[in-house]
Design a binder for this molecule. Structure first.
Ligand SMILES: Nc1ncnc2c1ncn2[C@@H]1O[C@H](COP(=O)(O)OP(=O)(O)OP(=O)(O)O)[C@@H](O)[C@H]1O
Ligand SMILES: [Mg+2]
Length: 225
């Protein structure tokens, strides 16, 4: 199990009497990419948000790179290593550059060190021509690309990406797909919640399927028992 990035056991969450998550065991292998499919309301976003420490859940075991984590006290270093990208990313006031640089600055990186990283992220996401546009005026696809750049510039170990191509037109979709393919080909581990056949069918993608809060693995790299 030395190459697992995450081993989970017993993840449960309910709203009122309704059980939303009931994952008994799941292992993610470092550097691999996973697609999480499932019907609307099956629990995909909730699951990703629990992994990112954005929602509470009962969790028996959360082992990240060999370290047992108490999710109630989600440690700061884990917030650096695990980044969630929302389906409808929130970009704050200021500029695109401010949005992409925010996380680096929050980590105490000097402006001179941030600058080349932000520049590189802007080029990667193909948003250089948009830098003068106020973030709230960007299209859905443009926001999605800025959000992916904002996540990637932090070099997390685990990307949790929620429906990155939903509601995009053909061109925006292809631009986002290019970024997704590159993230999946790089060294980090990626989990993508989606209904998008093109993402599901990407080479080397492992498939997880959520059904009423339970995850069924459909590849040899992840298994629920
Ligand atoms: N705060 C909440 N209170 C009550 N129920 C909630 C709350 N948040 C989510 N739910 C319910 O949890 C279930 C799982 O929602 P979730 O958003 O995780 O599904 P999903 O698989 O991401 O769906 P989609 O494919 O539509 O994005 C849904 O039935 C939803 O209504
Ligand atoms: Mg969802």
């Amino acid at each position: 199990m030395s190459d697992s990035i995450l081993v989970l056991e017993g993840v449960r969450k309910s709203f009122g009497t309704r059980r939303i998550l009931d994952v008994s065991k799941l292992e993610l292998v470092a550097g691999e990419s996973y697609v999480l499919t499932g019907e609307n309301g099956s629990g995909k976003s909730t699951f990703l948000r629990v992994l990112a420490g954005l929602e509470d859940a009962e969790v028996d075991v959360f082992n990240f790179e060999g370290k047992l984590i108490d999710l109630q006290a989600y440690p700061r270093w884990l917030r650096h290593d695990v980044i969630y990208v929302h389906q409808h990313p929130y970009l704050f006031r200021g500029s695109i550059v401010d949005n992409i640089a925010y996380g680096l600055k929050a980590r105490g990186l000097a402006a001179s060190a941030c600058e080349p990283l932000v520049k590189e992220a802007i080029a990667w996401a193909g948003v250089r021509d948009l830098l003068d546009v106020p973030p709230h005026r960007l299209s859905g696809g443009e926001k999605q690309r800025v959000a992916l750049a904002r996540a990637r510039v932090l070099h997390p170990r685990l990307f949790l990406i929620d429906e990155p191509t939903a509601n995009l037109d053909a061109e925006a979709r292809q631009q986002t797909m290019k970024l997704i393919r590159e993230l999946c080909d790089a060294n980090a581990t990626v989990v993508l919640a989606c209904h998008d056949r093109e993402i599901i069918e990407l080479p080397h993608m492992h498939r997880l399927h959520m059904d009423n809060g339970r995850i069924e693995a459909q590849s040899s790299h992840a298994a629920e028992v």
